[in-house]
Write a protein that binds this ligand. Structure first.
Ligand code: CUA
Length: 201
């Protein structure tokens, strides 16, 4: 009788070692998550848009720069893009940049939550109505960089896409020279009594 009791495995009064390991792992995970947020927020500067990036989604498209989305050169090789993500299209649908362009991409939505992900880059944003999402990127590779909405936004979600064309400096100059001529032409037309509608829409 006493033999049988001695042969049984010893009952520890503490926590089972197996359970203890899982507790250690859980605690470690919490530390890792907290460290990720701390490093991301304080060392790498990731943050949710502040008050200065808040807009009124009902009126945001009525005044510049959002009333005229597109890309403009702010200084030599430095660009600013304003992109409207709305049901169910990006405006503009095509952005052309010269090789090496440093661009700040600002995106907002006047309606639903959307997303914007640019292929072959680390540009990936969630677009929330009432806020402006902003990321910077330098395009140092020639080619087409398609962008898509990756936040399900309803019936036309799959139609929400566009493309960033990165062309050589020469090609870019030729293209923008053409645009300026076209703009000047349409300006002349409206001066001659045109109905004021934007060409190409
Ligand atoms: Cu917009 Cu999906």
């Amino acid at each position: 009788m006493s033999d049988t009791i001695e042969n049984q495995p010893k009952q520890s009064m503490g926590i089972d070692p197996y359970e203890k390991n899982w507790m250690r792992l859980s605690a470690l995970l919490l530390v890792v998550f907290a460290a990720t947020i701390t490093i991301g927020g304080f060392a790498m500067g990731f943050e949710v848009p502040g008050e200065d990036q808040e807009v009124d989604p009902r009126t945001v498209l009525d005044s510049p720069p959002w009333s005229e989305p597109g890309v403009r050169e702010v200084s030599d090789g430095v660009f600013e893009a304003y992109v409207v993500a709305q049901t169910w299209a990006f405006v503009p649908r095509e952005i052309t940049l010269p090789l090496g362009a440093e661009v700040t991409i600002n995106v907002t939505s006047p309606d639903l939550m959307h997303g914007m992900m640019v292929h072959e880059t680390n540009l990936n944003m969630q677009i929330v109505p009432g806020q402006v999402s902003t990321l910077e990127y330098t395009f140092d590779k020639l080619g087409e960089f398609p962008y898509i909405c990756h936040e399900y936004c309803g019936r036309g979600h799959e139609a929400m896409f566009g493309v960033i064309n990165v062309v050589s400096a020469q090609e870019y100059e030729a293209l923008t020279a053409g645009e300026e001529t076209a703009a000047a032409d349409s300006g002349d037309e409206s001066a001659d009594g045109g109905n004021g509608e934007e060409a190409g829409e």
